[in-house]
Design a protein around this ligand. Structure first.
Ligand SMILES: NC(=O)C1=CN([C@@H]2O[C@H](COP(=O)(O)OP(=O)(O)OC[C@H]3O[C@@H](n4cnc5c(N)ncnc54)[C@H](OP(=O)(O)O)[C@@H]3O)[C@@H](O)[C@H]2O)C=CC1
Ligand SMILES: O=C(O)[C@@H]1CCC=N1
Length: 318
């Protein structure tokens, strides 16, 4: 199913339109829609060198993805094409490609006849947990064969689901050699439009996956526990959830905008002889700090194995 494309605009094609594919397209569309409104109100607000990204192609192997994508993104009114089992066609029409399938699927997608040619001269952004840039490049160009000057540039990025609300923490892996300026600008533009960006070397991508990629799930568990406690003490569920979420947001604001160290923040809340220190000591008794940091380290270990074909990555170990 296709809708009209803006022939002057750049095209982002997403391979794997599940949770993350939709979250990233949604965040980018939301950001572009806000920028358009701002520039209509005040034409001087759009920097002249902002990439003109305006077309989106969502590819998936599952026909049910098409209505799901349209339900989530249709209201932004950007040219949006959805394809089922037509990854190659999607890549041929792309200026930049986002690989957002499950980690073990990437060879099926990139191994399709004609895919290497379709990717030539383009940037392929991979958000796959545990799959390295080298693995993808080696698969596309075994032993460097056929690489050439116009080879596809693979960029590894680890965003998170908060992309959808433009609050992602995205870690972009350092590219060596550097991307061409226009390629760098486009990658930075996409991820900075959906949240914060840091750039880190390849060796730090697995911990980035655990801390930032998995992080929303870990923090959601804490949030849920806080809301549950409120319900247990008589709060209505809806209010308890808003109260827990807004309190978490306020805390992150103090750290991100105020530059506060969490330990100082904690101390400031703990009135001597008051209720906070009582609660904090209960958390320490429960081993929350150890359990939480162990979860992030465990997820780092699992992430490092996701692209290695290891079986039972989540098997128990001590
Ligand atoms: N979820 C998250 O919070 C994060 C995930 N990631 C990474 O992002 C990637 C996607 O994760 P997520 O969005 O959760 O996964 P999903 O399963 O939600 O999305 C992947 C999509 O790809 C589809 N797919 C399967 N085979 C093909 C194919 N041959 N061609 C095109 N599409 C195909 C899947 O269809 P079907 O379901 O039918 O298989 C599915 O719709 C993973 O590699 C993960 O490591 C990174 C950061 C955060
Ligand atoms: O759980 C996963 O494997 C993916 C990667 C980071 C978040 N979700």
């Amino acid at each position: 199913m296709a809708s009209s494309q803006d022939s002057n605009g750049l095209t982002l094609t997403v391979l794997g339109s599940g949770t993350m594919g939709i979250a990233i397209m949604g965040g980018v569309m939301s950001s572009l829609a806000s920028a358009r409104t701002a520039s209509t109100l005040s034409p001087s607000t759009t920097p002249a060198d902002t990439p003109n990204l305006s077309n989106f192609i969502a590819c998936d192997a599952w026909a049910g993805a098409e209505p799901k994508v349209r339900a989530a993104l249709g209201h932004y009114n950007f040219p949006l094409t959805t394809f089922t089992n037509a990854n190659l066609q999607g890549v041929q029409k792309a200026d930049i490609v986002l690989l957002s399938c499950k980690p073990h699927i990437f060879k099926d997608i990139l191994g399709e006849d004609g895919m290497r040619e379709a990717l030539r001269g383009k940037v392929l952004v991979s958000i796959l947990a545990g799959v390295t840039q080298e693995q993808i490049e080696e698969f596309l160009y075994p032993n460097g064969e056929g690489k050439g000057d116009d080879a596809c540039r693979v960029v590894r990025v680890m965003p998170n689901t908060a992309s959808f609300v433009r609050e992602s923490m995205s870690v972009i892996q350092t590219s060596t050699p550097p991307l061409k300026p226009e390629q760098h600008k486009l990658v930075e533009f996409i991820f900075s439009s959906i949240g914060r960006v840091v750039t880190l070397p390849p060796a730090l991508m697995d911990i980035s996956t655990a801390l930032c990629g998995s992080g929303p799930a870990f923090f959601a568990l804490v949030l849920e526990a806080a809301a549950d406690a409120g319900v247990a003490m008589g709060l209505p569920r809806a209010e308890a959830q808003i109260m827990a979420a807004q309190t978490m947001r306020g805390t992150t604001g103090l750290v991100l905008e105020g530059g506060e160290h969490p330990a100082i923040l904690r101390d400031k809340v703990s009135t001597p002889g008051g209720c906070t220190i009582g609660g904090l000591l209960a958390l320490e008794e429960g081993g929350v700090r150890g359990a939480f940091s162990r979860a992030v380290r465990e997820a780092t270990c699992v992430a490092s194995q996701l692209g290695q074909g290891v079986k039972n990555v989540n098997g128990t170990r001590h």
